[in-house]
Ligand binder design. Structure first.
Ligand SMILES: NC(=O)CC[C@H](N)C(=O)O
Length: 419
């Protein structure tokens, strides 16, 4: 059978193809010369399958789509505190290139140029020189993409020729001590970062790495930690589309970032990475057809971050006395707070009389940290109440279970192992 997914993507691409509204960015002269008709879309799954249609292997400069990734590297390299001290996380509601700082002299967020220029200076360890920092950025962004990225020297030179606004932003940052080095050199590094060449497929994989909690789906490399990814996706959600962030979140609902060369990425946590490419931009500097493609994807597939499956009410598959003094709870599905609460409620309200209690997790495919702690607390309290507790956990969804003070548990592979 032929997969229907590329056919679907091609159909969606076809539906926006004739839209010629908007114009390519012309403040970077080299971008204005590029063919504005190019159009591509790609989707990358978290296990590394890539579906791509249109001009999906054409290279173009990453531009502002580099910002969330370099922010991720800065957070990873310096830690949260030093980065947050210099760059805020508040949506600005302003254009990406606005010369603006907050009341305390910090850029409002890392997605606008002011914040991104400051963030660029925070990549790599403190004290690193400009070359080391740039190498770190290329290595880091290449790790997200899963292949070595190169700079488009022509676009870089062209943007530097007219980088007056970014240079003035950098001087303002220097005046407020957000930057403590030569502002012109930092703008050079930032502009080079924006000039890295990517394809739509690269971008889909970079987005999928964010959607996959920081693990690149094809190479399997952990590029940044889960905590960093959460921070980056949060900021993309509130600030990624600049002064159209509110429209975007309500209508599309996928953490996203646009670039003035026409790229657009969306990372839906736990699901997919999506990228589109079309150079004509709206007045916010976002790709016109890219937005339309994302609107279709979100509408057609329910891929809106607020559309989540409701928590399963059938978390407890079985609650049964299986011997005179043995009660068995069989738990199923993925456990987060809401699902674990069902277990807590059933066991505490059910007040089992049997001396021995078995909790069977062999049908649990995922458990998050809070759910794990809740199950362990159930075990601890059952032990304190005088029960002998068994955990049936053949897949070790809770490795080395430690119920804490006063609790004890025996781990078995099957219910049959309980004698
Ligand atoms: N929105 C963007 O893509 C802007 C990036 C561009 N290099 C700039 O700084 O102006």
């Amino acid at each position: 059978m032929r997969s229907p997914i590329p056919d679907y993507l091609a159909e969606v691409l076809g539906s926006v193809e004739s839209d010629e509204t908007g114009a390519p960015a012309d403040y970077i002269p080299e971008l204005a010369t590029a063919n504005p008709n190019r159009l591509a879309a790609a989707m990358a799954t978290l296990d590394g399958e890539v579906y791509a249609v249109g001009d999906c292997s054409d290279e173009f400069t990453i531009q502002s789509i580099s910002k969330p990734f370099v922010y991720a590297l800065a957070l990873a390299d310096r830690g949260f505190e030093p980065v947050l001290a210099k760059v805020g996380v508040e949506p600005s509601g302003e254009a990406f290139n606005k010369v603006s700082l907050d009341g305390g002299g910090r850029p409002l967020n890392p997605m606008i140029n002011a914040g991104a220029i400051a963030t660029h200076s925070l990549a790599g360890p403190a004290g690193i020189d400009a070359k080391g920092r740039f190498d770190r950025i290329v290595d880091g962004l290449s790790a997200f993409a899963g292949r070595r990225l190169q700079v488009d020297e022509a676009v870089f030179a062209s943007e530097m020729d007219t980088a007056f606004r970014n240079t003035s932003i950098a001087y303002l940052l220097r005046a407020y001590d957000v930057l403590d080095e030569d502002p012109t050199a930092v703008v050079g590094g930032y502009t080079r970062q924006c000039s890295l060449l990517v394809t739509t497929v690269d971008l889909a994989l970079m987005a999928a790495t964010l959607a996959n909690r920081g693990i690149q789906p094809v190479t399997g490399e952990r590029v940044v930690s889960e905590a960093v990814v959460r921070q980056v996706l949060s900021v993309m959600t509130t600030c990624g589309m600049y002064d159209s962030a509110g429209d975007w979140v309500t209508q599309v609902g996928i953490p996203a970032k646009s670039g003035v060369a026409g790229g657009l990425i969306g990372a839906l946590p736990g699901q997919v990475g999506i990228a589109t490419f079309s150079p004509r931009l709206d007045r916010h500097g976002n790709s016109v057809r890219g937005i339309r493609l994302f609107e279709r994807f979100s509408d057609d597939t329910g891929m809106h971050m607020m559309d989540v499956p409701s928590s399963s009410t059938t978390v407890i598959r079985k609650d049964r006395r299986i011997a005179d003094d043995l009660r068995l709870y069989v738990i199923q599905g993925g456990l987060r707070f809401a699902e674990a609460e069902h277990v807590v409620r059933r066991v505490s309200y059910g007040a089992p009389k049997e001396r021995r209690i078995a909790i069977d997790l062999s049908h649990v495919h995922a458990i998050d940290d809070v759910a794990r702690r809740m199950i362990l607390e159930v075990i601890r309290r059952l032990s304190l109440d005088g029960h002998e507790v068994f955990l049936v956990d053949p897949e070790q969804v809770i490795p080395n279970p430690d119920p804490g003070t006063g609790g004890s548990v025996t781990v078995v592979t099957t219910v049959g192992d309980i004698d």
